[in-house]
Design a protein around this ligand. Structure first.
Ligand SMILES: C[S@@+](CC[C@H](N)C(=O)[O-])C[C@H]1O[C@@H](n2cnc3c(N)ncnc32)[C@H](O)[C@@H]1O
Length: 308
């Protein structure tokens, strides 16, 4: 069900046969963790020795966790961490793998292993376990790292309902950070009352071939986000994508629906919608429909449509 799959920067990753998707972008698990999840957190915003409250959704191999631990220690911050994950196997496989272990200092590995064995990591369906975190975390999270499989593969964790619950955990200056640029995800975050920015990667040339201005992810916050080297406002093209049928959110009011049920309900809502079809939006912006244009994880350097 899970196969090791090294990524282009040489770092450890896995492929899930069950979800039909890799755990990280093919360009590099480590690069992605550092550039897409940790850099947009802009940890320099926090005062030294401040305690950072973090929730990670979909901990997987712990690559994002380890990159966060590394950055938090470099910045002289304390870390109050919670994690949600369905399957203990990815983290166990990573911790037992030499390539993965070689990526980290002994101190980072030790901290990761300690978190893995602690009651701060809640195993099971994140939809049901999240309710246990409302009391300790409501209005307190400085960061939420949201790294579920893509919306088409794992719509359970991208619904208006689940993202709305995550939004309630954010502190006023907190940030939810995800690799996803999918229009439906962005619309749901906005419906949850959050302000949006795109993750900007300095390494991506905006003029490069096929680089149609896609970002490497999304940052959402209760208060307006600044434009920095790491964050930029959404472009008109992206706003119009959110307003098209591609922006129809996934819905799961019971918190128990299967992926197939959530996808079917969304397809029905899209068919009824008076919004512009996403194919028309693609034509207007001269965007080629790609085979993989389904909101799946984008490479750090390749730009694909973030999905319909
Ligand atoms: C893209 S991977 C996460 C990658 C991870 N952040 C890392 O650094 O390795 C998605 C993860 O979501 C988990 N997952 C899938 N459905 C879930 C659910 N309903 N609740 C909690 N976790 C889930 C999978 O087991 C998988 O580990």
């Amino acid at each position: 069900m899970l196969e090791p799959r090294p990524t282009r920067d040489g770092s450890y990753s896995l492929w899930s046969a069950r979800f039909g998707e890799g755990f990280h972008c093919a360009d590099g698990a480590l690069n992605e963790a550092r550039q897409v999840f940790v850099a947009p957190a802009e940890l320099e915003r926090f005062a030294q020795r401040q305690a950072l409250t973090v929730l990670e959704v979909a901990v997987g191999t712990g690559t994002n966790t380890a990159a966060l631990i590394e950055a938090v220690e470099r910045q002289g911050l304390a870390l109050h961490w919670w994690g949600l994950e369905l399957d203990p196997a990815p983290l166990a496989m990573a911790l037992a793998n030499e390539r993965f272990r070689a990526q980290w200092s002994p101190a980072v590995l030790q901290r990761l292993a300690a978190l893995a064995g602690s009651d701060r990591l809640l195993w099971g369906d994140a939809r049901t376990r999240l309710s246990e975190l409302v009391e300790p975390l409501a209005g307190r999270c400085d960061l939420i790292l949201m790294d579920a499989f893509s919306p088409r593969r794992c719509p359970e964790l991208w619904s208006l309902d689940f993202l709305g619950e995550l939004a309630r955990l954010l502190a006023p200056g907190g940030r939810l950070i995800t690799y996803s640029s999918a229009a439906a995800v962005r619309r749901a975050l906005e419906v949850a009352g959050l302000q949006l920015a795109a993750v900007a990667l300095p390494s991506i040339s905006p003029a490069g071939p096929g680089r149609q201005g896609w970002s490497a992810g999304t940052v959402a916050a209760p208060t307006p986000l600044p434009t920095t080297g790491r964050l930029r406002p959404l472009r008109r093209m992206e706003r119009e994508h959110m307003a098209s049928r591609a922006g129809e959110p996934y819905r799961d009011p019971s918190g128990r629906a299967s992926a197939a049920e959530i996808l079917a309900a969304r397809a029905r809502a899209q068919a009824r919608s008076g919004a512009e079809p996403s194919s028309a939006w693609e034509r207007r912006w001269g965007i080629e429909r790609r085979r993989a244009a389904n909101g799946s994880r984008e490479g750090l350097t390749a730009a694909t449509s973030p999905g319909s």
